[in-house]
Ligand binder design. Structure first.
Ligand code: SF4
Length: 455
């Protein structure tokens, strides 16, 4: 869980328009809302996606009192509140600030930190210490307040999950130490684990100095020679260089129960001899990243009963860490193959409409907000994605209402974008895009083409 951060009073809430500090960075936050077609939108930064049950309650209260009541998960493990009344004043900020979700008004949009959501639960080391320290360092740095809302830190436990998300500064746990990556560079720098958070902050501050002339928002936007010089300079101050290419695709947590690795990998299961295993967490997916109040409440209540924590993932899922006590693993019990408290909780979450297994047709299906929430959208892509849900695909699919493709996945995926000429389907792998089909005004043909592309 996040440690308490230095308090500073929230500034008055505003909707739209340039702020003197951000010079055109239109990324929404909690204090600076975005005007959408379905009302104002607030994006609440949740570093590492880590929320205590109390903070989850506060988000629900704000969504219910000022917005459409729903909690929308983002591709960075943050929460968006939609349908806010533009005249709601400082009400949301006051409630969120009281819950500790707004530790520094000046840094509220700079606290962009993703972290391996299963760190410490799947056998990989915890990154909670890094998370608290880096968040505190960012909030304590006057320079870091100038980072744009697009700049991203990633803390990878060594699983290679958030390292694949294209962050600007990434720390990767490795044995007793860690690796520091700047942008997408294949060359990383080895340093002591304890030095990681400070090195990450220094790298971000060095980026800001390097970006002064170009006005770049992110490391990848820097001119090539400036970026190369930045990486060299950071490396000289950090530690020895190591060749460690970024993973091509993130290792996304699979919905279901997470078991302690020793048990899950060595247990032999027979119909007559169930094996006792330790369940460390429950992982669920959220269809299209949208949680109704009852679903959010159920997740929060489950968290409160066990580890008192929720972790929002950058893949629009939620992890409920345990401990859950022992669980019996057999091939003839419950839908998950487990029996015990975690299995019962998982079944309850499934009944509430959440994705609790890899065989759900919703697994891997994503969409931007589309019409009617976004004025740029050429159609209601959420409804279209839902209508096209079918057999589980090998590849994730993401539906976008226009070419901006807000919140699209990374790695290898199927892109469905609406154009004035109909829906265009492409296979994306990193920077490569391979057109697959174009479909106009034919939902059945569209669903079949998407299924074929995902297979
Ligand atoms: S991808 Fe286009 S339609 Fe979808 S939310 Fe972004 S701007 Fe709106």
């Amino acid at each position: 869980m996040l440690a308490a951060m230095p308090d500073s009073a929230p500034s008055p809430l505003s909707v739209g328009g340039p702020s003197p500090r951000d010079g055109g960075d239109a990324c929404p936050g909690t204090l600076r809302l975005h005007r959408a077609d379905d009302g104002a939108l607030a994006r609440v930064r949740v570093p590492g996606g880590v929320l205590s049950a109390d903070r989850a309650d506060a988000l629900l209260a704000v969504a219910g009192r000022f917005g459409d009541g729903e909690l929308h998960l983002t591709s960075r493990g943050n929460v968006q509140l939609r349908g806010l009344d533009a005249e709601c004043g400082g009400g949301p900020a006051e409630l969120l600030g009281a819950a500790g979700l707004l530790p520094s008004a000046a840094h509220e949009r700079a606290r962009n930190i993703v972290a391996s959501p299963l760190a410490g639960l799947d056998g990989s080391p915890s990154v909670g210490g890094w998370l608290s320290e880096l968040d505190g360092l960012v909030c304590g740095s006057a320079d870091a307040a100038a980072l744009s809302g697009r700049f991203l830190f990633a803390l990878d436990s060594g699983r290679g999950d958030v390292d694949a998300l294209g962050a600007d500064v990434t720390l990767i746990a490795e044995g007793d130490g860690c690796l520091l990556r700047v942008g997408a560079a294949d060359e990383v720098f080895r340093l002591r684990a304890a030095d990681g958070p400070r090195a990450a902050l220094l790298a971000a501050e060095a980026f800001l100095r390097a970006a002064r002339d170009s006005g770049a928002w992110r490391v990848k936007d820097l001119p090539d020679d400036v970026r190369a010089a930045l990486v060299r300079a950071i490396g000289a101050a950090a530690g020895p260089a190591v060749h460690h290419p970024r993973p091509a695709a993130p290792k996304v947590p699979v919905p279901g129960l997470v078991t302690a690795p020793d048990h899950s990998t060595t247990a032999t299961v027979t119909a007559t001899a169930p094996v006792t295993v330790t369940v460390t967490a429950i992982t669920v997916g959220v269809p299209l990243g949208r949680l109704a109040p009852a679903q959010w409440r159920l997740l929060t209540e489950t968290a409160r009963r066990y580890g008192n924590e929720l972790r929002l993932t950058p893949w629009r899922g939620v992890i409920v860490p345990g401990p859950f006590g022992p669980s019996e693993l057999s091939d003839h019990s419950g839908s998950s193959g487990h029996s015990g408290p975690a299995s019962e909780a998982l079944d309850t979450l499934a009944a509430a409409g959440l994705i609790t297994g890899p065989d759900s047709p919703w697994t891997g299906v994503g969409a931007c907000i589309g019409h009617p929430g976004c004025a740029k959208s050429l159609s209601d892509v959420r409804a279209e994605a839902g209508a096209a849900v079918g057999p589980v695909g090998r590849l994730p699919v993401y539906w976008s209402g226009c070419e901006r493709r807000c919140g699209h996945p990374h790695g290898e995926w199927i892109d469905v974008v609406v154009t004035p000429d109909g829906h265009r389907i492409s296979h994306v792998r990193g920077e490569h895009r391979d057109p697959r089909a174009a479909v106009r005004d034919n939902p059945a043909e569209l669903a079949a083409a998407v299924a074929a592309a995902r297979a």
